[in-house]
Ligand binder design. Structure first.
Ligand code: ADP
Ligand code: MG
Length: 722
């Protein structure tokens, strides 16, 4: 029997009904109804102004400031007609969160009346406090000026809450001195860098008409949903986003009966409301299903331009969280909310392309004949080999460390999976004899009534952190709670660098008289000779790969965030970002400082919380039970029985351990070393193992203490009762 507090929670949950939601609307009524879309601008703006806006958005032309006044006016009229009294410059600080500064449209008049007002200047430029957001030392409180600036390429939208509507305007966020304090600025710069180098390579391939090259992203979001009634009894979930303690449930995911199973009704109602909101915001939610672990789910949108997809991904996380509250649920975006079962990732599907040449990572059915594809794919292989540690660094967080290299997630070693067909083509290139591509063949089910279809030319590999999946790469190691901007910036930047290198190499080979085909194959052969080691099609989870990758292939295994973040300080990385114009050395250094601080804070908060829960919630209960047991044993002895004292001994041992380990953890917390790198290492090597040790003790106690006394909702309850 669970403790009275837990029982009360379970009874509340038993009585829950799916929340009734507004009547279903048709997609055409719903779609982008809260977005100040190109359609709406077209209807509201004079023709020449609209054309100028369209040119900036679609062709990357410079924003003409004189159009801003006209756009601002139209935007205000649309928003106020929908009930908005406020507008907000929305920006993306270095914390993975979304920030907003709200201002009223109100303008008081001399005669005591008030009107609404919104000028081009207010649309284009805002001024939040630059020192109050993590900036890695770029800004101090005495030099606080920071600016937000309108990103016209990401559409403005309305955020509706029960008591108001706000016009939200996506912006970049920079300091008065011009350094990026956000995640959007480098993303936009990285797209520009890819465009510059891709254009060079395409010209060498003979293309004359080349539209702006941009990156695309489709981010598959995994998450857990549990009933929100558990949270008040679980301060670890509430404050750290994950359970610091908890014995595995007797039934976990062993039966594989959750993955793609029927979606529970309450959850389905929730998902539909999330999707409706996303549709209103113009976010193309496309796929929903149960994930592997109990109470784990996934939502994936259709892919979009990376900058818009990134803003939409942030909004998706916001909508997932806020809608859950309405449904009496808690949406957990942490990478590992529950030990012992799968954690959550966010697969970032990434490609680059443009309107004239299409998807530059599309191999077609005969990739060996597709020089353009081979060069762009070769650029990826080179980039991932040279800068694999950077890709590891941009997914390094305290929470993702629990997941990477565990049994369900790719290892911390960054390799590339190409699939059998492409691996074969690139091996032929390496050997200098490119003859053909294997084909996928036909899928035949052996049953006449079932359709035959063409099979893909390559299988899937779920163990690879970075896999080619037909016409894009899938970066599978990204954390579920992360902004996708960092990974996209890294991918675009290494791609720009590699494309630049390819173009240089090809130019010099063409200059020495080689034909385009021979020149391109020679460049690709060099790529495979120098970087082919990063291509791996086997089981990335295996111990053999962990050994082979490091010992034979020279790849790095950066196990923890403490190992991975210092990569940002390597000279080669500094030069990469500087050369491509994506981040200045000061901006890069500030990122190292901010991410290191975030890691340290996350671990230290968890450690303090672990000590607190262990001492104030678990220890008293365990001692009480020990007392009860002692009484009962005494009673039994008094009437001549010889009861077993094993449980009593176990309890006493665990209680002693609990006090020892929690004291050691407390002491460690008080004696953290100075200096960022030392502090990082200390968290990974001292605090995390001590927390794990404390967890083992507390989980051991959970197995012996009377369930009627145990204060924390169990894994079994949280994962299976909703
Ligand atoms: P799965 O990987 O589970 O098969 P899907 O086929 O649904 O998932 O695709 C995953 C994501 O990849 C979706 O968001 C989809 O839009 C996106 N995607 C598809 N093509 C591209 C592309 N060329 N560039 C970027 N993302 C893409
Ligand atoms: Mg996928």
């Amino acid at each position: 029997m669970p403790s009275p507090q837990r029982l009360a929670v379970l009874q509340t949950i038993q009585q829950r009904q799916p929340v009734s939601t507004p009547p279903i609307q048709r997609l055409d009524e719903l779609w982008a109804s809260d977005v100040f879309s190109l359609d709406k601008m077209k209807a509201a703006l004079p023709k020449d102004i609209f054309r100028s806006v369209q040119r900036t958005i679609q062709e990357g032309g410079k924003l003409d400031v004189s159009v801003a006044n006209v756009v601002a006016q139209a935007m205000k009229e649309w928003a106020t007609a929908r009930g908005a009294l406020y507008y907000a410059h929305v920006f993306y600080p270095l914390t993975n969160s979304t920030a907003e500064k709200h201002d009223g449209f109100i303008s008081p008049q001399g005669d005591g009346s008030a009107i609404t007002e919104f000028t081009g200047k207010l649309l284009v430029q805002g001024e939040p406090d630059g020192s109050s957001f993590p900036n890695g030392g770029i800004r101090s409180t005495f030099e606080a000026r920071g600016y937000t600036a309108w990103d016209i390429t990401s559409p403005a939208y309305l955020m509706e809450t029960p008591n108001g509507v706000t016009l939200c305007i996506p912006t970049v966020f920079v300091s008065w001195t011009g350094e990026a304090l956000d995640k959007k600025t480098p993303l936009l710069r990285s797209n520009a860098a890819v465009h510059r180098q891709a254009q060079r390579l395409l010209r060498l391939l003979g293309e004359t008409e080349i539209a702006p090259v941009n990156s695309s992203c489709g981010a598959e979001q995994e998450y857990f949903l549990i009933d929100s009634a558990y949270l008040p009894l679980r301060s670890d979930l509430l404050l750290a986003g994950r359970t610091l303690f908890g014995r595995p449930s007797a039934k976990g995911q062993q039966f594989d009966d959750h993955y793609f199973g029927a979606i529970p009704e309450r959850v389905q109602v929730y998902m539909q409301e999330v999707e409706r909101q996303l549709y209103r915001l113009g976010i193309p939610a496309k796929t929903r299903h149960n994930e592997v672990a109990p109470s784990q789910f996934e939502i994936a949108p259709f892919h979009e331009a990376a900058n818009v997809a990134t803003d939409h991904q942030q909004l998706t996380m916001t909508v997932l969280r806020s809608t859950a509250k309405k449904h009496g649920l808690a949406c957990l975006l942490h990478e590992k909310p529950f030990a012992g079962i799968n954690g959550s990732g966010k697969h970032v599907n990434w490609s680059i392309g443009n309107a004239t040449q299409g998807n530059l990572l599309d191999p077609g059915s005969t990739p060996h004949e597709n020089l353009q594809f081979l060069l762009f794919c070769g650029a990826v292989i080179r980039g991932v080999h040279l800068y694999g540690p950077l890709l590891r660094a941009v997914i390094a967080t305290a929470s993702n460390d629990h997941r990477l290299g565990a049994n369900e997630a790719p290892p911390a070693i960054i390799s590339v999976y190409l699939g059998s067909q492409l691996e074969d083509v690139f091996n032929q290139i390496r050997e200098g004899r490119l003859t053909g591509s294997t084909i996928g063949g036909v899928m035949n089910f052996g049953v006449d009534t079932l359709p035959e279809f063409a099979k893909d030319a390559g299988d899937r590999n779920r163990t690879s952190p970075f896999a080619f999946t037909g016409n894009r790469f899938e970066f599978r190691a990204v954390g579920s709670g992360q902004s996708v901007a960092g990974p996209l910036v890294a991918l675009n930047t290494i791609m720009a660098d590699s494309l630049g290198w390819m173009a240089d190499q090809l130019e010099s080979r063409l200059g020495s008289g080689l034909s385009l085909t021979d020149g391109a194959l020679a460049v690709l052969r060099t790529v495979m000779e120098q970087h082919g080691n990063v291509v791996f099609g086997g089981d990335g989870y295996s111990e053999e790969w962990h050994r082979m990758a490091v010992e034979e292939r020279g790849l790095e295994n950066l196990r923890t965030t403490a190992d991975a973040l210092p990569v940002l300080q390597r000279p080669a990385i500094r030069e990469l970002f500087e050369r491509t114009g994506v981040l200045t050395p000061v901006e890069l250094e500030s990122r190292f400082e901010v991410y290191a601080e975030q890691y340290i804070l996350a671990i230290e908060v968890e450690a303090r919380l672990a000590v607190q829960i262990a001492r104030t919630q678990i220890y008293p209960v365990a001692m009480r039970y020990l007392g009860e047991l002692a009484g009962s044993l005494q009673l039994q002895s008094a009437i001549g029985l010889h009861p077993s004292t094993e449980t009593q001994h176990q309890l006493a041992t665990f209680c002693g351990e609990l006090m020892d380990v929690s004291e050691a953890l407390q002491l460690a917390l008080e004696n953290a070393p100075h200096g960022t790198e030392a502090h990082l290492g200390f968290c990974a090597e001292t605090l995390v193992p001590l927390m794990l040790q404390l967890r083992e003790t507390v989980d051991g106690l959970e197995a012996v203490v009377d369930d009627n006394l145990w204060p924390l909702p169990s894994y079994q309850e949280m994962l299976f009762v909703r």
